[in-house]
Design a protein around this ligand. Sequence first.
Ligand SMILES: [Zn+2]
Length: 321
Amino acid sequence: MSSIDSFTAAFEGLRQGFESGRTAHAYLVVGSPRGNALALAESFLELLFCSAKNRPCGECAGCARVRSHEHPDIIWLHPESKSRRISIEQIREILSPRMAQTSYEGGWKAGVLVHADRMTDGAANAFLKTLEEPPGRSVLLLLSDAPQHLLPTIVSRCQRVVLGGGADEETGEWVAPLLEILRSGPPAGPLEARLQAGLLKSLLDAVKEGAAADVEKKGGAEEDEEVMEARIAARVVEVRSDIMRAILLWKRDVLLKVLRMDDRYLHFQAEREAVGRQADGLTYAQALADLRAVEIMISRLERNLPPEAVFGVGLANRIPA
Ligand SMILES: [Zn+2]
């Protein structure tokens, strides 16, 4: 199932539950907490807080406040920036009291835990109490790409929604630097093209180093060198194809924007503004050519052409020779 299909299927499941009055008290959304899982949470919350007849409309004040994370009846909890954990104070002082109060607007109340698996033990136990005594018309959404780190007692109380794609392959060390490169957009000239190709090349070098460290750690001392080399090479190819897939999905998002498709179909939800800027003024033919260029890069890499040459040509495809 493609990532679009699994997203649509998951959303339809939530919608049907909502429309037949069977919305669960808590959902565990397994996917990328800043990507597809976040997007699903936002779409679902729009459904709850939309004031239009055909929900979610994506345009009313309710939908807009969901998207901007400014709705007074939705509590968003993120890991704290220093510890990178969700603390017991965040649960006890922010989430639990708000969930126990009546909603400000007389409708639903919702709590969203972004990276729910990063709750400290104390936070998880405090959260369990809220989970065990759910107030009426309230829903908790736990977003996680590492649900194995959640307490089984929490998992068992949540309805599980698993999104395909984007969960595992987009959590690597390479994601942030790659997004940085993609955000900067197609190169405006040969110099920029060379710079981007260089950045991609150094990203791949870092991947190679990481793979070597990984393989050595797991392999132990008894493995012979040839086996190790083969494992490292295999790991590099694996990560490289994840990277290429991500680039392809980015270009596909740009194409969807050019076609004015609804944002909820975008793979990189959190990047919708950057994607939108790149789509601005682009024709359908150009966007399609960009997507094709990445496909060509992928097939060249699969034929073992040197990555630096492939990237140099691939990213510069829109520059007049
Ligand atoms: Zn609406």
